[in-house]
Design a binder for this molecule. Structure first.
Ligand code: 8YV
Length: 331
């Protein structure tokens, strides 16, 4: 019998990550990639020493309370840890790690791609030409019109790694950079970006052409863009969200777009994934993507690398580098 600590991975990871995990650990993989239902997750958590979940696994308080005594590390394959009840892990003495930094550039790139794509002109154009019935009659001056980005005011909510990476790209596009954050960023970076800090989110919202949501989902940011705040936006404003769906009240967003209170949205994430408010999906003022901002092979491999480093450090009795909060090491 293998006595090595059991590592259970809930979803299929890139082949190179899985094979390296197999070399390093006693690992149970998920070759079918079928997301685990609650019962399967509970079963996994009853036998695992280390769990490697993803955003699709809701690690709830009751699952944590009923976890097996050996479960001591949750090495999340992802940066956001909103899928995990952190308070309950603290109580259970379970260490949680994530994968910060390695998906910053890809997520920021996709954020800018969504700014370019709303309202739907890039998508419509591509769909139109790729249609086998393609009826393009040639160029037209009044057709497929979008909006210029340069000179517009961009308001970034959450100026952490991803928010700053978005700001650097947006500056190159000629945006005026504005941001709201719990506190101002370093003066030097602010100057480099020529960025304006808004302590009041409400005041920033009322003045922006595009809002980009780049903060984590936490109890404090749940429905940060509430129905009331959405009403503060200019009717010409667009919202881009590559962070988490529940930071925006999705129903209120769908109504605001439907009623022409705001111009539209570019969304990579949704409040109740994989369900999406159908009013968003079928609105030509919305470009929707299936949570794929960080879906590059490079980022997935780097995320896997981080997961392995965190597990290895833990098993070698060192503090895993990407601990979400400091917990006494009990191994
Ligand atoms: C990941 C993400 O693909 O890492 C994150 O926080 O939002 C995504 O880009 C996903 O969460 C993996 O668990």
């Amino acid at each position: 019998m293998d006595q090595d600590p059991l590592v259970i991975v809930t979803r299929k990871l890139p082949e190179s990550v899985e094979s390296r995990m197999g070399e390093l650990f006693n690992v149970r993989l998920n070759p079918t990639d079928q997301p685990m239902d609650k019962e399967t997750l509970a079963q996994a958590m009853s036998v695992a020493d280390i769990l490697v979940p993803t955003v699709t696994d809701k690690i709830t308080q009751d699952l944590l309370e009923n976890a097996g005594p050996n479960l001591k590390l949750i090495a999340n394959f992802g940066t956001g840890v909103d899928n995990i009840d952190l308070e309950a892990t603290k109580k259970a003495g379970i260490i949680v790690t994530n994968t910060p930094g390695v998906l910053t550039d890809d997520t920021a790139d996709m954020t800018v791609a969504l700014m370019l794509a709303v309202p739907r002109r890039l998508l419509e154009g591509a769909i139109f030409l790729n249609d086998p019935q393609n009826k393009w009659g040639g160029w037209s001056p009044s057709w497929m019109l979008g909006h210029r980005l340069s000179g517009k005011s961009l308001g970034i909510i959450g100026m952490g790694r991803i928010g700053q990476a978005v700001a650097h790209r947006a500056k190159a596009f000629g945006f005026k950079i504005n941001y709201h954050n719990r506190r101002p960023i370093a003066k030097e970076t602010e100057e480099q970006l020529n960025a304006t800090y808004w302590e009041s989110l409400d005041q920033m919202l009322a003045r922006m052409d595009i809002i980009s949501v780049n903060c984590p989902s936490t109890p404090a940011t749940y429905h940060l863009l509430s129905a009331r705040r959405l009403k503060l936006l200019k009717p010409t404003a667009f919202i881009i969200n590559t962070a988490r769906g529940d930071i925006i009240d999705e129903q209120a967003l769908a109504s605001a777009i439907e009623n022409g209170e705001i111009a539209g949205a570019g969304l990579d994430v949704f409040e109740h994934e994989p369900e999406i408010d159908s009013r968003l999906l079928h609105n030509e003022r919305v470009v929707a993507l299936p949570h794929m901002s960080s879906a590059t092979l490079e980022s997935r491999i780097d995320m896997g690398e981080k997961v392995m480093i965190n597990i290895k450090a833990y098993l070698d009795n060192h503090a895993p580098p990407d601990r979400v909060f400091p917990v006494k090491h009990t191994n």
